[in-house]
Design a protein. Sequence first.
Length: 86
Amino acid sequence: MKNDLERTNTKQAKLKLSGATCASCVFTIEHAGRKVQGVADVNVDASKGEISVSYGGNAGSLERIKEIVHRLGYSAEIDWDTVRDA
């Protein structure tokens, strides 16, 4: 975790991912996603078409990851049904 505030308010969510099929895609998305302020961790499972995110509770972090994924040339949609406290 990046700070104590995030530790107490950490949430987890998933984004539906398409277009990412290789290890390089996974690395690129994870690396870029982990740079987003408020994000504790990002894990991509290309075979499931899923991005798992642990973040500080601000939904803006999820929107930012979605934007980054789109800029990288892939498609992502937040699965709001998966948002939960960590």
